[in-house]
Design a protein around this ligand. Structure first.
Ligand code: TXA
Ligand code: MG
Length: 344
């Protein structure tokens, strides 16, 4: 299949929507990362997403809507809890995914056999016009090959999936850079399953206390039950080894410089201020106090680790686990296969 690269003008969106109406798969920009979309109410179309990504079939997908009313219009859930409505009013359109009990219209391919469905109303204008123009709702996981970092540019999508999907709608680089915050309201106490730009602290201001799933910050042991199937798969890891370094800026710099003396194939994913002090080749991800900038650049940095082709090991700062730092930590700890070196 020849993958068509589309822009984001009205006529491009019409072409993309036609592919989707015909049961095809199309990559679309969202404010978080690019998504690989198909008609969420067509099980056969949704199957093609799994094939293109080589995604395990037991990992459910997020259903993207273009306005809150789509939930009732398409009868997506069997229960729309009060707390879910509050979160939706407060954070939608935006990078928050809410899991609720599903209705019968959700195909098994979307929910992967679970009794629940994940729903998100993205804020990206192109995503919303595409959903609207398709006259349906769109199932869309991140548009990367399963296991690799989520794509934040159309080029990342093409690098992974060119030839396997009908088209990519190019909407420029994604603003947020990490995937949406995922929270389930299908449990007694709301539970965070994946951290993102919308933080625990912000959610708790709206609906009170929430639990944070153990797997958000810790490695799952093989006998542990997962609340979200995506948590059990290897994620984001470049071929070169990534190791997180826990320590202050000076000790990070000293450590990396020391390692570089011994082996000049080591590099660093680092803050802008570090660059001039480091002897090794660096991939900067923004200022040390700007967590949003770091989120914006994180996946591109992880992709560069392999694209540059010169690294065997790359050291990165271990982020704080609060606020947006929780989202960074959650992705980086997986990229590093949970390997943290403690300098403190
Ligand atoms: O920002 C995002 O959320 C992007 C853009 C494209 O919207 N999408 C995205 O989708 O990151 P994906 O499939 O890569 O990640 C969705 C995560 C997976 O870990 C999946 O296991 C979990 O959400 N998930 C989806 N439906 C679920 C459900 N019913 N119960 C528990 N976890 C669910
Ligand atoms: Mg993904």
């Amino acid at each position: 299949m020849n993958t068509l690269l589309l822009g984001s003008k009205t006529e491009d969106i019409k072409i993309a929507a036609d592919f989707l109406k015909d049961g095809g798969v199309v990559a679309m920009p969202t404010e978080t990362v690019y998504g690989l979309a198909a008609d969420a109410l067509n099980g056969d179309a949704v199957k093609k997403i799994f094939l293109a990504k080589r995604r395990p079939m037991d990992n459910p997908l997020i259903v993207h809507i273009s306005e809150i009313e789509d939930i009732e219009r398409f009868n997506l859930v069997s229960d729309f809890p009060e707390k879910a409505k509050k979160l939706a009013e407060h954070f939608w359109p935006g990078p928050l995914t809410i899991i609720m009990k599903k209705s019968d219209v959700i195909p098994d391919e979307v929910s992967a056999g679970l009794p629940t469905v994940a729903i998100r109303l993205p804020s990206h204008k192109v995503a919303r016009s595409l959903i609207k123009e398709s006259s349906t709702v769109l199932a869309a996981p991140s548009a990367n090959r399963s296991g690799s970092p989520s794509p934040t540019t159309a080029q990342h999508v093409l690098n992974d999936l060119s030839g396997d999907i009908e088209a990519v709608v190019d909407g420029g680089m994604c603003d947020v850079g990490v995937e949406s915050t995922v929270i389930t309201l299908a449990t007694k106490t709301p539970r965070l399953l994946r951290p993102g730009l919308v933080t625990v602290e912000e959610i708790e201001e709206v609906i009170g206390h929430i639990d944070v799933d153990h797997a958000v910050l810790f490695k799952l042991e093989s006998d542990q039950k997962v609340s979200s199937p995506g948590m059990k798969y290897k994620h984001y890891a470049p071929k070169a080894k990534v190791v997180l370094i826990n320590g202050d800026s000076d000790s990070f710099i000293n450590f990396v410089n020391n390692e570089y003396e011994k082996d000049n194939t080591v590099g660093a994913i680092c803050y802008d201020e570090d660059i001039k002090h480091l002897k090794a080749k660096t991939i900067p991800i923004g200022k040390s106090d700007d967590l949003q900038a770091q989120a914006h650049l994180l996946f591109d940095a992880l992709r560069q680790v392999d694209e540059l082709g010169c690294f065997t090991t790359v050291y990165a700062h271990c982020p704080t686990k609060t606020g947006v730092g929780m989202a960074l930590y959650n992705r980086l700890i997986r990229a590093a296969s949970f390997e943290v070196f403690d300098l403190e």
